[in-house]
Design a protein around this ligand. Structure first.
Ligand code: GDG
Length: 483
């Protein structure tokens, strides 16, 4: 029987070794949360890096690790510490990530990173080739593995390969600055179908293919030798039911079933029923605009001082890539901003910002989504932003206001939210004011429309659309070849 092979840098679970025991904990992050529901439902194998380097895995534990991963339908690619440094912390996160998010000044063009990226991509391709049958479908994910499609294609000319990019594809003017721009495009073109979150990313990609490789492009088909490659947009959805039902279940809990966090949130709500909670949740990443949000919060409190002691900003910043210098610096900047703003504005009964630097269990995520009146998600650039969708899905009585950045891919589908430019503090302050004062009926009207859309175009539909499109493209290609 044919199967789907999902391949991404990280697996759906992360392994931890303590006292000779192995624990598998669910991975946090957009790709992992989204694909997990697809993976758990069907006949699929997920190949990726376990999160532990070869040096961290004692020989005696290797079989246990393979067994633990197999229980999650997963198989690992082995990487050394040096490979992780060059491939993941290096080329992926110091070259591609900043470049594709328009932080050109952060992007490092380092030959040794590129060399390691190629070596590691080949390791992932080899792992696929070892496991894949001729009829299997390969679905490669994200910017860490852009060379894999062509590496697999060289050995298996007829196998079906799809690729999905979870981050933005930048405009040609940005992309052309990359020294290995042609190699990256050629790597991606090993796929039969290349998917992006939005039509804009798709157009940017096609423009780069046309201008850098001079290939024939007709609508969204690329002609390369005897192959036709389709490029399309598939805006990723969420597991709507999971979030919506979790919120319903949450609302029915009695006092003893509530988490400590929820009890604290309830106490504050009771003591100040008119107070509003703003929520900000992201990985701690410069693309997410957390520092800007803090500055804009201060700006808002200066412009509308009547809201001092009446609003509170809850920030959940999930640790991410802390080995990369820019992330270390950002952490320091955020710590300082939170300290300064709280120091200057706090009163005996009010701390304006609650700041959590950690990853929280799913249950606490639901506590935050359901307790906060306003979700304030204003990345500088974001491929999609699933948190915005999750917040809306948990609002079972349809109240709540979402303030969303125009620069997030999700803004295209979430027009009923309050869209802002994350660099415009004046607009942000006025939008926060508008959100605080939005009548309940208007909130419910906006969220009702959003919820219907998110429920219909959920993550399962997203994955099915991608897979159906891949099958159709393969058939179209076969007809083209046999002409
Ligand atoms: C990339 C792209 C694109 C967050 N904190 C916790 C936690 N999360 C979960 C959220 C959500 C996911 O992580 C974050 O997804 P995002 O989409 O917001 O962001 P990235 O991680 O940057 O994801 C992004 C995505 O890929 C999908 O294509 O949307 O643009 O950058 O699902 O719920 N989950 C738990 N604890 C936390 O503390 N359990």
């Amino acid at each position: 029987m044919s199967k789907t092979i999902i391949i991404s840098n990280r697996l759906p679970v992360q392994l931890q070794i303590s006292n000779g025991d192995i624990t598998a904990i669910p991975s946090v992050g957009g790709l992992a949360t989204g694909m997990k529901s697809v993976h758990s439902g069907g006949d699929s194998l997920w190949i990726g890096w376990s999160g532990l380097t070869d040096e961290e895995i004692p020989d005696v534990l290797a079989p246990k690790i393979d067994k633990a991963l197999a229980e999650h339908g997963s198989s690992k690619v082995r990487l050394t510490k040096e490979e992780v440094n060059g491939f993941y912390f290096g080329f992926s996160n110091r070259t591609i990530w900043p470049l594709f998010h328009y932080f050109l000044e952060y992007s490092e063009f380092e030959l040794s990173y590129w060399e390691t990226y190629k070596t590691v991509n080949q390791k992932f391709a080899d792992a696929i080739l070892e496991k894949a049958g001729e009829d299997d479908t390969i679905w490669v994910h994200d910017y860490q593995l852009m060379l894999v499609p062509q590496m697999v294609r060289e050995k298996r000319p007829n196998i079906s390969i799809g690729f999905f990019l979870h981050i933005p594809f930048p405009s040609y003017e940005i992309f052309r600055t990359l020294p290995w721009r042609r190699e990256i495009l050629q790597g991606l073109l090993g796929s039969d179908l290349i998917g992006f979150h939005t039509y804009d990313y798709e157009r940017h990609f096609l423009s780069s293919v046309r201008r850098l490789l001079g290939l024939e492009v007709s609508f969204n088909d690329i002609y390369l030798d005897d192959r036709v490659i389709k490029v399309d947009s598939f805006p990723m959805g969420i597991d709507y039911k999971k979030f919506h039902e979790a919120a319903h279940e949450h609302a029915q809990r009695n006092e003893s079933q509530k988490s400590e966090l929820q009890k604290r949130l309830d106490t504050h709500k009771k003591s100040a029923p008119d107070a509003k909670f703003f929520l900000s949740i992201d990985r701690l990443d410069y693309s997410k605009g957390i520092a800007n949000r803090l500055k804009a919060f201060e700006y808002f409190l200066n412009k509308y001082p009547e809201y001092k002691e009446k609003v509170r900003l809850i920030i959940l910043a999930v640790p991410s890539r802390s080995n990369v210098p820019q992330y270390k610096l950002l952490k320091k900047e955020i710590d300082e901003l939170v300290g300064r703003i709280n120091g200057e504005l706090s009163t005996v009964s009010w701390t304006p910002i609650w700041y959590f630097y950690r990853s929280m269990p799913f249950e606490n995520l639901i506590d935050l989504y359901t307790s906060c009146d306003i979700a304030w998600l204003t990345p500088i650039r974001d491929g999609m932003n699933l948190v915005a969708k999750e917040y809306i899905a948990t609002r079972t009585d349809k109240t709540g206001v979402l303030i969303l950045s125009e620069m997030a891919g999700s803004a295209n589908e979430m027009n009923e939210s309050l869209l802002i430019n994350p660099n415009n503090f004046e607009q942000i302050a006025d939008t926060l004011y508008q959100a605080i004062n939005m009548p309940k009926k208007e909130q419910q009207e906006r969220n009702g429309i959003l919820q219907k859309r998110l429920e219909r175009y959920n993550v399962e539909k997203w994955a099915n659309d991608f897979m159906t499109s891949l099958v159709n493209q393969k058939e179209k290609e076969d007809v083209y070849v046999s002409r």
